[in-house]
Write a protein that binds this ligand. Structure first.
Ligand code: IMP
Length: 178
């Protein structure tokens, strides 16, 4: 087991890169099968989803487009529930199939807010693809179509996810040592 130190916290290996990529490949296969004729627009939520988005896109074989947005609601290790505005969406999504690509759904408040904002533009359909889901922390009712991995409530870093800006560069996912 590998441990890393980020600021005041220690983290230990939790999910290996190989295990992550196996699940990303599975999700990509599901999307390839489901949305072949739809020319979906993938909306990747930065910063945390950049690695997941890249690995997912490399495994998609259907015609599709991608756009990157920002909408942050998180500080430190606990969700504040604060939400910020959506920035970066230049595409017209009216009548389109949209797939939101997110790193992790925790309380779900970020996702709920994003969906509300996108719905105002009347897309044909909005699907959610998340790398990680913490089912026990979910506070809102969300239909999450694609989930790579379900995890317990522990705070994690790596594979795009950060603790106070650090840790995004690790290939594996690490969980905090309490
Ligand atoms: P939610 O609004 O509570 O669902 O929070 C979602 C956002 O919080 C994610 O997009 C992440 O940026 C961040 N987040 C939630 N849990 C973790 C974690 O364990 N590690 C790092 N970031 C997290």
């Amino acid at each position: 087991m590998n441990t890393i130190q980020i600021k005041d916290k220690q983290f230990k290996t939790f999910i290996s890169e190989a295990s992550i990529l196996k699940e990303v490949t599975r999700v990509a296969g599901e999307i390839n099968a489901d949305l072949a004729g739809d020319n979906p627009l993938f909306i990747s939520v930065l910063n945390g989803s950049f690695m997941f988005t890249a690995d997912l896109m490399k495994r998609l074989t259907i015609p599709c487009e991608i756009s990157f947005v920002k909408l942050a609601s998180y500080e430190g290790t606990s969700s504040t529930g604060k939400v910020k505005e959506l920035v970066g969406l230049n595409e017209n999504i009216t009548g389109r199939t949209v797939v939101i690509v997110e790193d992790i759904v925790d309380t779900g408040l970020t996702m709920q807010r994003l969906i509300e904002t996108l719905r105002a533009q009347h897309p044909k359909e909005i699907r959610i693809a998340t790398l990680l889901l913490k089912p026990d922390k979910l506070k809102v009712d969300l239909d999450i179509r694609y989930v790579a991995m379900r995890i317990p409530n522990d705070f994690i870093v790596g594979y795009g996810l950060d603790y106070e800006g650090l840790g995004r560069n690790y290939r594996d996912i690490y969980s905090v040592v309490e």
